[in-house]
Design a protein around this ligand. Structure first.
Ligand code: ATP
Ligand code: MG
Length: 258
């Protein structure tokens, strides 16, 4: 039987601005297995970041349930939610959000400082090990501002692992990187998943990354349009072609005459 880490039920989100309500998520249901690598795809504005922010407890839903490791985070108070976020969730953003004046290792230590309030020698050692894990051991003492975009993103991934999260959420982690660096970052995340039994849920516009994940959830207009399990085994074109509204897929689709 599959071990379900994340169970999303009838999740809705609306924003109210100046008395006008905008519904962004209209009832999302899906599950994520522990230790799996899933991708969320969908057109711009379909609600991908909104969903990820709810799952990472950065924002609160309007309705529904988000059950992580058996606990519904929607019913938690702010203090419980902050503790949940620190202990269970690792977040990787498209723009790495490193602190430029701090070194790579210090940036990786940051979530632990926030969670524990007291940086100890063993915290530093763990941060150094994570910097090693992402292949930047010799640059651990570099200030973040002296690292390349791809290196900074590696550090952001190392930072997301600092509190041994059950779930790593990444919002377009390779969105501003070239294709070779994208490939390296993806391979790194895959390796971390298998070595550390972490669970990854990533938003991507990159069809190759989506096709190589274990499960693809496609959002369209705030609804789950499709879930594709094991897309690499499925005929790639057949499942990607079903989504003409997806901006990148439309760009990359071969001409009909070819
Ligand atoms: N604070 C807010 N107030 C009102 N509407 C919002 C707010 N945040 C997001 N939205 C709306 O919610 C919808 C979904 O936005 P979201 O950022 O989740 O899309 P996305 O799928 O991540 O898009 P992209 O691929 O461009 O990042 C958009 O129409 C957006 O305008
Ligand atoms: Mg987004």
């Amino acid at each position: 039987m599959a071990d379900i880490l994340l169970d999303i039920q009838e999740l809705t989100k609306s924003y109210t601005n100046g008395g006008t309500e905008t519904k962004v998520l209209h009832g999302i249901d899906f599950q994520v297995d522990r230790g799996s690598f899933s991708a969320i795809i969908g057109p711009s504005g379909s609600g991908k970041s909104t969903l990820l922010n709810l799952l990472g407890a950065l924002d609160r839903p309007t309705g529904g349930r988000i059950i992580v490791d058996g606990s519904d985070i929607v019913t938690m108070n702010d203090r419980e939610l902050a503790a949940f976020r620190n202990r269970k969730i690792g977040f990787v953003f498209q723009f790495h959000h490193l602190l430029p004046e701090f070194t790579a290792v210090e940036n990786v230590m940051m979530p632990h400082w926030i969670a524990s309030g007291k940086p100890a020698a063993k915290t530093r050692k763990k941060a150094e090990e994570l910097v090693d894990l992402v292949g930047l051991g010799e640059r651990g003492h570099f200030k973040a501002s002296r690292l390349s975009g791809g290196q900074q993103q590696r550090i952001a991934i190392a930072r997301s692992l600092m509190n041994d999260p059950s779930l790593v959420l990444a919002d377009e982690p390779t969105g501003n990187l070239d294709s070779e660096t994208t490939e390296q970052i993806f391979a790194l995340m895959e390796r971390i998943r298998s070595e550390r039994q972490a669970t990854f849920l990533i938003i991507t516009h990159d069809r190759h990354i989506a096709a190589r994940s274990e499960r693809v959830v496609e959002l369209i207009d705030g609804r789950v349009a499709r879930i594709v399990a094991n897309p690499a085994a499925a005929q790639e074109d057949s499942w990607l072609d079903l989504a003409p509204s997806h901006c990148l897929l439309a760009q990359q689709k071969p001409a009909a005459s070819q």
